[in-house]
Design a protein around this ligand. Structure first.
Ligand code: ZN
Ligand code: ZN
Length: 278
């Protein structure tokens, strides 16, 4: 059953709790399923006004990995978006975006992607960290769970430092409208002990300098961490600093569109965050 994002008021009017879902995927990334018609039907059933498509962007040099589009997939991606628009009709606005990977030094590639199409927005995400042998490591890939299990307490702290530094660097680069799933590093529930605010604060400061938004990503509730990204303490700091926020599902199948949006909306209200209504 789809989460309804509409709330009925006493006078019979309905108001939108959350009007958009801007982080969603397509099968072009090789790990999502569903047709444009299925995703759009789900978005309509959830009562959304805006459905944003933001599949995993190509990254260079190719082949980069096996979970994203390649540069040569972009025309098929534009087709997919056009097909979604046809199914949406006048009821639902479709926006076109990409979820881009932030890796240190990728600025010119992101600028190249930016110019490739009249995007409505780009999401920036950190899925990769440099690893000890100087290769990149997609730390949230379940294939690497054994590496996580082998970390000692100090290595875990170092890894968290590296993640949050990389994330801060991405925000400071000021290349993205939306900053995707901050706190993804906790996905498998390997979390250092003690007060974690020291990791979050530099990101909040950087967001407040650029004026850009981040997302509450509801997919976290369905991962081993069993919690939205980012954690409540991050949200409280963001509310204090008046950072704008989106609620996004990161849907990789039609059933996941607008998933848990009422629960996320409740959280936004509780901590006093400013939800963007695009
Ligand atoms: Zn994905
Ligand atoms: Zn992501």
């Amino acid at each position: 059953m789809q989460s309804k994002v509409l709330e009925l008021k006493e006078n019979g009017d309905s108001i939108y709790l959350v009007s958009s879902d801007l982080h969603t995927h397509t099968p072009l990334c090789h790990h999502a399923k569903g047709t444009p018609a299925q995703y759009i039907a789900a978005a309509k059933a959830a009562g959304l006004q805006i459905y944003g498509i933001s599949d995993h962007a190509p990254h260079l040099p190719e082949p980069f990995d096996d979970w994203r589009m390649s540069m040569s997939d972009l025309p098929a991606y534009y087709e997919w978006i056009a097909e979604a628009r046809e199914h949406a009709g006048g009821q639902l606005t479709i926006q076109a975006g990409l979820e881009c990977d932030w890796l240190t030094g990728c600025e010119s590639h992101i600028e190249h992607l930016r110019r490739a199409h009249p995007w409505d927005y780009l999401i920036g995400s950190v899925h990769y960290l440099p690893s000890r042998n100087n290769r990149r490591w997609d730390f949230d890939n379940p294939a690497h769970l054994s590496q996580w299990k082998n970390l000692n307490a100090n290595e875990l702290i170092e890894l968290w430092k590296l993640y949050w530094q990389t994330y801060t660097e991405m925000v400071q680069a000021d290349l993205f409208e939306i900053h995707g799933h901050p706190d993804l590093i906790k996905k498998f529930s390997f979390i250092p002990s003690g007060d974690l605010r020291r990791y979050y604060e530099p990101v909040i400061t950087a967001l407040s300098h650029t004026g850009k938004a981040f997302e509450i990503n509801t997919a976290g509730w369905h991962k081993p961490c069993a919690e939205q990204y980012p954690t409540r303490q991050f949200l409280e700091l963001a509310a204090e600093a008046k950072i704008p926020v989106y609620i996004n599902s990161d849907a990789h199948s039609p059933q996941e569109v607008a998933r848990d949006f009422p629960k996320a909306h409740q959280l936004v209200k509780e901590v006093g965050l400013n939800l963007v209504t695009p």
